[in-house]
Every structure is written in structure tokens, then in C-alpha cells.
Design a protein around this ligand. Structure first.
Ligand code: NDP
Length: 336
């Protein structure tokens, strides 16, 4: 018998999630049936959408999340013992995967074998070679359609998605300006090739952006929403493109009390801007394209990846709240 642990969300979050909103539940897993395998998580992801999706689900629910791990026991010939797998079952150390074991609250029930990572850490399948990587790749290339010589601005720039967006923008020949929440992040962004990085917590955002992009902004990859986005969009050039990826500045706010920001309509009209929101699930079938390209870029040194690693199943909550508070540089992951 295998003892498994999982995080269950007991209460809807109010503001920043509290430790008490979760309960760690232990259960003995039943013996495997035909078509099932026992999955042991080695890496678990903490992501902003774990906060953003919370109001949508009735409580209690099992906290959903991507995990990378190994098949420990198997009655599924497709997944023999030792197979490396990425799954979206949640903040759990062991689980049974097979028909009837889906997580109903999971936006992606997919279970996949890990791609050939060419020697890179499997944990990257939670970041650059996983959902955040595909988000950066398709959000930027499909919606912003970068051209060499154009100016790209990205917020949440030192995070999992933002740091890739900026580096892909550089590969495409753009001038890249990133906004992040502290000076260490700003320093790192410059090291990985951003032309300009700005600490949005201490800077005069409009003035520093004007100085960095006197000719205006062609593309804005928006990870955070709110007033900083209005300030950036106000400095866009004619026919600029805005990819609305995330709105983390509002995730801890109550759905009925969303913050207000300066209106955008005048800029959208007079500059004939195109602004489009997206969910990465739109390109689910094409994820492999992003992964193959990103693996090549990592191997060639054109993309640098960084992970913010927290250790231990008991520390998943701390890693989650730390990420929401901006403690991570690069992808926030938990090592089991
Ligand atoms: P990150 O690795 O960027 O981590 C979150 C970061 O958000 C923190 O490090 C912090 O950085 C920043 N942040 C927190 N609070 C605020 C705030 N009030 N204002 C501005 N920034 C804040 O996360 P991801 O890269 O995984 O995700 C980035 C964004 O992309 C999120 O909004 C997420 O929801 C979205 N997303 C959307 C997808 C889609 O399909 N549309 C798919 C995946 C992600 P700092 O120190 O700079 O403040």
C-alpha cells in the first residue's frame, strides 16, 4: 500500500491565500487496476493561475498543478516503470493515473511522456519546456508578430513567462524593455540580454519608458494588468499589438471589487491598436513546436533559463505565496 498526500483547498481565498485555506490530506492508494500506473512526483509547479482560477471552483477541491515525475509501478503497457511523465494532477506526492482518475478541476487533464530534453533538467517541463514556455512562444509570435527593429515591452519580465518573452523578442531582432519588481531582477534581465530593465516599484514608469523608447512601443506583452499597463499602452505607436497574457496585479482582489485603471479606448482608437487576450490552451495541439524550438535555443545559449527552487512537499504553500509575492526569479518550482 502506498500512502499519498495531497493539498485540498478548503476555503475560497480572500486576498493572499492563507495556509489555513489548505488542508493536507493523507490517503492509502488502492492496488493498481489494469490500465493504471502509480506516479511519483519529483517536481511540482506553483503558478499564478492556481490563484486566478480559485473563485471558479466550488470548495473543497484538490489543488490542481503540473507535476513532473516517474512511473513507480504500472499496469499500463504504454507507461512502463521508470517512464518520465508530466501530469496535471495537483499538489500531490503520489497518485494513480488511468481511466477514472482525472482531476475534474484541471484545465488540462493531459498526461504526457517527457520530450527528449537533450540532457536538460526534467523540471524545465514545468517552465521553459512546459506550459509557461508555450505561453511565451505562442503569445508573442502569434499575437504580437514581432519584426526585427521593433520595440517590445514585457511586464512580469523576470518571471517564467516574461523572461522567455523578452529573450525570444531578442532572438527576433527586437529592442526589449522589461519591467520587474526589484533591483536584483533588473540586474538579471540585463545579464540575459534585455536592452533595458526597469524596477516598476521605484521608477517613474512613464518617464523611464519614454526615455527607453522615445520613438514609442510596437508590442506590449502584458503579464500583470492594471495601471502600469495603461501607462505602457499610452506610449504605443500606431498599429501596435498588445498580447494580454495575465493580470496578476488583480488576482488577489475580490471578483466584485476589481481595481480601476486609466481607460484605454482613446489610445486604442487613435493609434489603431490591436489588443487580444489569450489562453495557452488555444495552441495545445502545437505545444511541441514551442518546446522543440525552446530546447534548441537553450542548447545554443540564446535562451538562459533560471529556476527558483523550494524543497519539500510541506513547503508547497510557501513556494506558492512566495511566487505571488514576487520572490521568484525565473520559474518557481518545488523539488520533492
Ligand atoms: P511569474 O514567474 O512571473 O511569477 C509571478 C510574478 O508576478 C512575481 O514574481 C511578481 O514579480 C509578479 N507580481 C506579483 N504581484 C504583482 C503585482 N501586483 N503587479 C505586478 N507584478 C506582480 O509567473 P508566470 O510567468 O507563471 O506568469 C506570468 C503571468 O502570465 C501571470 O499573470 C499568469 O497568470 C500569466 N499566464 C497566462 C497564461 C495564459 O494562458 N494566458 C499561461 C501562463 C501564465 P515582480 O517582482 O516583478 O512583481
Amino acid at each position: 500500500m502506498v500512502k499519498a498526500r495531497k493539498y485540498v483547498v478548503k476555503k475560497h481565498f480572500e486576498g493572499l491565500p492563507k495556509r489555513d485555506d489548505f488542508e493536507i490530506v493523507e490517503q492509502e492508494l488502492p492496488p493498481l487496476k489494469d490500465g493504471e500506473f502509480l506516479f511519483k512526483a519529483e517536481w511540482i509547479s506553483v503558478d499564478p493561475y492556481h490563484r486566478a482560477y480559485n473563485p471558479r471552483y466550488p470548495v473543497p477541491y484538490d489543488q490542481f498543478a503540473f507535476q513532473v515525475g516517474t512511473v513507480e509501478d504500472s499496469k499500463d503497457p504504454e507507461y512502463p516503470v521508470g517512464t518520465r511523465v508530466i501530469a496535471h494532477r495537483g499538489w500531490s506526492d503520489y497518485c494513480i493515473i488511468g481511466p477514472g482518475h482525472e482531476n475534474p478541476n484541471s484545465p488540462d487533464n493531459g498526461v504526457h511522456k517527457l520530450p527528449d530534453l537533450n540532457g536538460l533538467s526534467p523540471s524545465l517541463c514545468l517552465g521553459a519546456v512546459g506550459m509557461p514556455g508555450a505561453t511565451a512562444y505562442f503569445g508573442l509570435l502569434e499575437l504580437c508578430k514581432p519584426k526585427a527593429g521593433e520595440t517590445l515591452v514585457v511586464t512580469g519580465a523576470a518571471g517564467a513567462v516574461g523572461s522567455l518573452v523578452g529573450q525570444i523578442g531578442k532572438i527576433k531582432g527586437c529592442k526589449v524593455i522589461g519591467f520587474a519588481g526589484d533591483d536584483e531582477k533588473v540586474k538579471w534581465l540585463k545579464e540575459i540580454g534585455f536592452d533595458k530593465a526597469i524596477n516598476y516599484k521605484t521608477a517613474d514608469i512613464a518617464a523611464e519608458l519614454k526615455e527607453a523608447a522615445p520613438e514609442g512601443v510596437d508590442m506590449y506583452f502584458d503579464n500583470v494588468g492594471g495601471e502600469i499597463s495603461s501607462l505602457i499602452i499610452h506610449q504605443m505607436r500606431e498599429f501596435g499589438r498588445v498580447a494580454v497574457c495575465g493580470s496578476i496585479s488583480a488576482y488577489n482582489e475580490a471578483p466584485y471589487k476589481m481595481p480601476k485603471a486609466t481607460i484605454l479606448q482613446l489610445d486604442l482608437i487613435f493609434k489603431q491598436l490591436k489588443m487580444e487576450g489569450f489562453l495557452i490552451t488555444r495552441w495545445l495541439e502545437r505545444s511541441h513546436e514551442a518546446y522543440e524550438e525552446i530546447i534548441k535555443w537553450i542548447n545554443s545559449g540564446e535562451i538562459k533559463v533560471r529556476e527558483h527552487i523550494t524543497e519539500g512537499f510541506d513547503k508547497i504553500y510557501d513556494a506558492f505565496v512566495g511566487m505571488l509575492n514576487g520572490e521568484n526569479i525565473g520559474k518557481a518550482v518545488v523539488k520533492m
